[in-house]
Each structure stands twice: as C-alpha cells, then as structure tokens.
Design a binder for this molecule. Structure first.
Ligand SMILES: Nc1ncnc2c1ncn2[C@@H]1O[C@H](COP(=O)(O)OP(=O)(O)OP(=O)(O)O)[C@@H](O)[C@H]1O
Ligand SMILES: [Mg+2]
Length: 260
C-alpha cells in the first residue's frame, strides 16, 4: 500500500528547489509567517521523496542532547538512546527543526559540522562520528516576524542553508488551496480571502501577525459545516488575532466594510 501524500499546492518553484537541495545534499531553511504552509510543505516533500520525517518543535529549553540523544537508565543499565537528529542521520530521512531560532545556542554546535561539506554528526558522549548518508536532509524553519535580535540565527549558521521565503499566496491560489482543504466552493471562499487580505493590511499597526491561511481554512470549514458566515468569521478570523477590545472593534469594522 502506498501512503497518501499530504496535499500541497505549490506557490512558486519550492518543490523543485527542495528536490534539488535533497539531490545536492544541501540543507534548507524555510521562513515565513505562521500558518502559511511550511509544515505541510515539508510533510508533502518527505512523502514525495519517500523519506521518513523526524520533526522537532524547538523551544528555549531544547538542548543539543535533546536532538542527539543521551544515556538513559533502563533496568539498572545505562543505555544510549538516539535523539531524533541522530536517528535521521543513522537511518536516513529528513530531520525538520521547526522554530529553530528558539533552540538553545549549543544546538548550533551540532548543526554546523552536519550542514557543511563534512556532513558529520559528532557524538561526544559515545565517541562516535556519524557520517550522514546521501538520503539525509536537514530542514529548519522559523518565523522572522516575531523573532528578536537575540534569537536570530548567526550568519555562520544561516549561511550553511539554502533559503526559501514563504508568504500568503495571491488571491486565486489561496482561494483554491482553502477550497481544497475545506470543501467549501471557491465562490464562497474568495470573499473570505479578500477579507483576510484587508485584515492583513493591519499587520504592524495593531496586529503582530496577519490572518493565516490556516485560520481561513478553519473559517471555511465552519461555514461548510453550516455555521453562519458572521459567526465563522468572528471565531476563526477575529478572536484568534487579538485580545484588545479596540483592535477587535477595528477588525470588525473592516469586516463590515468588506462584506457591506
Ligand atoms: N500551499 C498549501 N497547500 C495546501 N494547504 C496549505 C498550503 N498552505 C497552507 N495550507 C493549509 O494551511 C494549514 C497551515 O499550514 P502549516 O501548518 O503548514 O503552516 P506553518 O507555516 O507550518 O505554520 P506555523 O509556522 O504556525 O507552524 C495547513 O494545514 C493547510 O490546511
Ligand atoms: Mg508549522
């Protein structure tokens, strides 16, 4: 049985670029706002290339050992247990580090030898130095929007990766994506995407992030399930964006103006 490939609509040439990166054994960096399709893209490409996917959501407590592995006590013995990065290097596949800028600084130390032409993963604790097989690929992503200077990647790290910038697709493409995801007809999705684009214009002034494709999918799914457009828009496209009463009122005004 072949596993189904997660649906992904290509916006530009990102699928070809991913394949080229894989073939040339180059790591890839994806950047873009929340909910624009980065994770879906990686799972799509992993399935397309027939590679296992090891995803790690990085956070500010994540250490190098969480990625590489550690000795664990098992019934009186201490046994080395591979972390997800080590497993991907040993067995081949894609290791995807989501929100990589959140990870602690020692993580970059293990990434450096793996992301230049050495392609090795030194494991100090076991004394091994693993050479990445041809079918190993490292993919990292982050959202440049709410990253602070302290958390940006060092040039010596970022300049080891090919980069792709993701953004929300243009109106017709986003309409197609959302119709496909939610099952709502394109003619009913299009006004929602128009509204989202209006709301996105408020980013920076009052909003940290614009409405994501993910939220429009939620909204369209609620409408498809029978909810009124007003209620679906309120719960999927307004409430998740802000807690400020004034900002919310401003967003609702945009809804009124757009929908008449
Ligand atoms: N190009 C696309 N093709 C198909 N579905 C898409 C596409 N872009 C976005 N989506 C839809 O948007 C949803 C959110 O995308 P995804 O989870 O990949 O976002 P993300 O960029 O990883 O966000 P975050 O930074 O918050 O993790 C997906 O579950 C999917 O329904
Ligand atoms: Mg994601």
């Amino acid at each position: 049985m072949t596993k189904s490939i997660p649906h992904y609509v290509e916006a530009s040439n990102e699928c070809t670029l991913f394949e080229q990166a894989f073939k040339n054994k180059l790591p890839l960096l994806l950047k873009g706002p929340t909910g624009c399709g980065k994770t879906r893209f990686v799972s799509h490409m992993a399935a397309r290339l027939g590679l296992p996917l090891y995803t790690v959501s990085c956070h500010d407590d994540l250490t190098a050992a969480d990625l590489t592995g550690r000795y664990l006590l098992k019934g009186g013995d201490t046994v080395w247990t591979d972390g997800p990065l080590t497993r991907a290097v040993r067995e081949g596949g894609i290791c995807y580090l989501d929100e990589v800028v959140e990870a602690r600084k020692d993580v970059t130390v293990v990434l450096h030898p793996l992301t230049d032409d050495r392609r090795v993963l030194p494991l100090d604790r076991t004394g091994e130095e693993l050479v990445a097989p041809d079918n190993f690929m490292l993919v990292v992503s982050y959202n440049p929007g709410y990253q602070n200077v302290m958390k940006s990647l060092k040039p010596s790290t970022r300049q080891r990766f090919l980069g792709v910038e993701f953004d929300f697709p243009e109106l017709e493409l986003e309409t197609k994506i959302i119709a496909g995801e939610s099952g709502l007809e394109e003619d009913r999705v299009r006004p929602l995407v128009r509204l989202a684009n209006k709301l996105r214009e408020m980013k920076g002034q009052d909003l940290e992030e614009g409405v994501s494709t993910r939220l429009i999918v939620y909204c369209a799914s609620l409408i498809k399930a029978g909810m009124t457009v007003d209620a679906a828009v309120l719960h999927a496209m307004i409430e998740p964006l802000t807690d400020e009463p004034d900002v919310k009122e401003g967003l609702l005004e945009v809804v009124r103006v757009t929908f008449g």
